[in-house]
Ligand binder design. Sequence first.
Ligand SMILES: [Ca+2]
Ligand SMILES: [Ca+2]
Ligand SMILES: [Ca+2]
Ligand SMILES: [Zn+2]
Length: 502
Amino acid sequence: MRFSLMKGVTAVIAALALPLALASPANAGSLDDGFAKLLVKQVKGTNVTKHLNALQAIANANGGTRAAGTPGYDASRDYVADKLREAGYKVTLDPIDFVEGWTENNPPTLEIPGQKTYAPNEDFFTFQPSPAGDVTAQVQGVDLTLPPTPTPTSTSGCETSDFAGFVPGNIALIQRGTCAFAAKIRNAGFAGASGIIVFNEGQPGRTDAFPLDIGEWRAGVPMVFADFAVGNELAATPGTTVRLKVDATLQLGTNHNVIAETRGGDPGKVVMVGAHLDSVPVGPGINDNGSGSAAILETALQMKNFPVKNKVRFAFWAAEEIGLLGSDQYVEELPQAQRDRIKVYLNFDMVASPNYAYKLYDGDDSDGEGSPAGPPGSAQIEKQLEAFFDGRGLAHVGTDFDGRSDYGPFIAVGIPSGGIFTGAEGIKTAEEAALFGGTAGVAYDVCYHQACDTTANVNATALDVNADAIADSTARYAFNLGSIPARDDAAAAARIAVKSAG
Ligand SMILES: [Ca+2]
Ligand SMILES: [Ca+2]
Ligand SMILES: [Ca+2]
Ligand SMILES: [Zn+2]
């Protein structure tokens, strides 16, 4: 079977008779190059559009949405899982938690027993969706910046290293600053905090406490947001024992990531290709992210009989829109040995924006914007995607790893990542309009996170080109990971670089 397939492939490659200029000189005629060209030919925009129509029909039948926790999500999950099963993939429905409901039953308590009681819903508020809990323990400050700088700079609790000296069981005292509340809460949870007090940073306009939904609960302990005065006072007396109590009911629901893996291929070398499958509650989410989901689904279906060298694992993430919950929980629950096997992660979130630009994640940080370069190997992924667009004579620009999609958890554990993005609520520049056409001064996707993100909100050219780019990069890595540095070597190189810089 494999042999005859190979003959077929060779025939198709020969029949393609591509001009030499289009072939990558280093790989021309190689297995990965041949299969990439075959798969690109097989993946057709019209078939990707059929999946988008199906997702639109699912939304129409389910109140106009495919959001996490809704029947529209489950129907999307079933559509994708059924197609992949029929194609022969090993399909797993991977359960993940999300917040289905949260009610505060009584005001919270924060007191220094026998000495002082702070005023609930004035000096401090419960963070929604805090788990219930009643803990008495020592307070320990975490990388505080006191007095505060004139403008926000505190990175309290933003890095796991902030908790290096943290005593598990203590209550973490954390300052508001430059990273998300949710990130601080996560890190405090990993460090074993028994309770969490985040206080406002202290600049004018950043002193009061107020109620806030941070969408994060997984530290599993009571958590509150206090005003600057409370935090400053507790920080001034290290080792103070406080009582922190939250009385709330947290109701968790379950959604599923759909994970589909090729039966063949080296299980020690996994190529992961992901797209989030959920929409926001207000709309059907066809560009965001039916487009990426449909494109990787069609790629998977068309490569079902490819005799891949490396294992290819497709992931359709749940609950991306409410905090990357699907990808985050997937990576968190993966044992280190399994993480080590994932050699690349490719992310496709919004690949058919109506006023598109071809944006490739800036793996080497050549743009010098926002987040640093991705883990070693990310630069090579960017280069490989660039080569596809260059080969078609199409322009491309970089886009920062700003943490807004499912590559975030992969990068955080050192897995090289990359992918394509055609733009969301950002405004297309004049330079980009010159490169890609479309309209300068208008959002890439005017229907971003809105009810109008329907099948009418998809640019067919961008969808077609990006489906090909996805097929191309997936097939190349399925057969050849030679460009990706070995993880151990890369980690060692990074350590050496840090050492010499220090
Ligand atoms: Ca810090
Ligand atoms: Ca770059
Ligand atoms: Ca960057
Ligand atoms: Zn979105």
